[in-house]
Design a protein around this ligand. Structure first.
Ligand code: 5GP
Ligand code: ZN
Length: 112
């Protein structure tokens, strides 16, 4: 989608460095990190939110991409958090499905 910021990042139209990528995903650092490591993983394909992710194979590949990305960032030993905000109550601000990977500090619970 031309007016979607994450589609533009996936297409290489912005100067956002990709820290990992595959056939159907890209990973990059969040512009406003909420933890020492804060990475966004997205499908290359424009999917608005988890509510629209109906392909079980793509779902599995995306989850593996998240795991691989966390492993590359050496987050496994101390642990990390993966979260997806969905819609208004979920606090989703970019309408292109994305996984947040947060790590590098002790995270609190519950979220606000
Ligand atoms: P949401 O609130 O939709 O779950 O998360 C969107 C995330 O995308 C936010 O954490 C925000 O900081 C990040 N973000 C928004 N625009 C950009 C951008 O242009 N570049 C990068 N790297 N991150 C962005
Ligand atoms: Zn998009």
């Amino acid at each position: 989608m031309a007016d979607c910021i994450f589609c533009r990042i996936a297409a290489g139209e912005l100067a956002t460095p990709l820290i990992h990528q595959g056939e159907d995903f890209v990973a990059f650092r969040d512009i406003a990190p909420q933890a020492p490591t804060h990475i966004i993983v997205i499908p290359r394909q424009h999917i608005t939110s988890l509510a629209d992710l109906t392909d079980p194979d793509l779902s599995g590949r995306l989850l593996q991409a998240v795991r691989e990305t966390a492993q590359r960032e050496a987050l496994e030993d101390n642990g990390y958090r993966v979260l997806i905000n969905i819609g208004q109550h979920g606090g989703q601000t970019v309408q292109h499905l994305h996984f947040h990977i947060l790590g590098g500090r002790q995270l609190g619970w519950p979220p606000g």
